[in-house]
Design a protein around this ligand. Structure first.
Ligand code: KIV
Length: 262
């Protein structure tokens, strides 16, 4: 049965961890869904992971919509969350019309949006108009220049602004909050002080769930390799070896064989 935002929200009260991964295409989403991943996020990370961009800034609503359609078709059980790209929610009205493209037209079950106090009105407008929202605070890749990522929330003022954002997001009615690259102790404090679940990335083990970029856990290497990633496979080498084997066979004239021909 397909998970709903309420199912994800209520996992926290039951003490069940939430599993989330990014997904950008149909075959990968089908495999992740079958493996029991709760939430598939069509992250704007697709710009860096799939398209070779330096940042997420070039990703458009049409890009996310295109990939969301593929993931939504594959998700039998997982909740599908589409990212609101850079500059797609400058006003509450723009946020809503772009969110509708991702939810109503492309099949996402919810949107994720970066920021807290600074985008209060946008989030309020989305929730009031029936769009389920996942908040995202801590490091906000859309606000980072280049690849200068650093842990956010080590100083008291930063920690307080994260706490304030988290409480605001909760009061606005988001059904989960992504906490990116914040100290584990702060993530634990946020998790204890808000009722909605927290989903961490580089935020320690105390959050109510975890999210990673799928290419990172599969070992398809990129130029950025955050230390909070755990690799569960080495697909880069598997793919390379398969391609080398194919090239060898074609060059040697051993592919296709009789059996592989009509
Ligand atoms: O863009 C993205 O992939 C994300 C998740 C990793 C949280 O924001």
């Amino acid at each position: 049965m397909k998970l709903t935002p309420d199912d994800i929200y209520s996992k926290k009260a039951r003490g069940e961890k939430i599993t989330a991964l990014t997904a950008y295409d149909f075959p990968t989403a089908r495999i992740l869904d079958g493996a029991g991943v709760d939430v598939l996020v069509i992250g704007d990370s697709l710009g860096m992971v799939l398209l070779g961009d330096e940042t997420t800034h070039q990703v458009t609503v049409s890009d996310v919509a295109y990939h969301t359609k593929a993931v939504a078709k594959a998700a039998q059980r997982a909740l599908v969350v589409a990212d609101m790209p850079y500059r797609s929610y400058l006003t509450p009205e723009e946020a809503l019309s772009n969110a509708r493209i991702l939810v109503r037209d492309s099949g996402a079950d919810a949107v994720k949006i970066e920021g807290g106090v600074a985008i209060e009105e946008q989030i309020r407008h989305l929730v009031r108009n029936g769009i389920p929202v996942v908040g995202h605070i801590g490091v906000l890749p859309q606000s980072v220049e280049g690849k200068k990522y650093r842990v956010f929330g080590k100083s008291e003022p930063e920690a307080e602004s994260i706490m304030k954002d988290a409480k605001l997001l909760e009061s606005l009615g988001v059904f989960a909050i992504v906490l990116e690259c914040v100290p584990g102790t702060l993530a634990a404090r946020v998790t204890a002080e808000v009722k909605c679940p927290t989903i961490g990335i580089g935020a320690g083990a105390s959050t109510d769930g975890q999210i990673l970029v799928v290419h990172d856990i599969l070992g398809i290497r990129s130029s950025v390799s955050p230390r909070f990633v755990r690799r569960y496979a080495d697909l880069e080498n598997v793919i390379k070896q398969a391609a080398e084997g194919y090239c060898r066979d074609v060059a040697a004239g051993t592919f296709p064989s009789q059996k592989e021909s009509f």
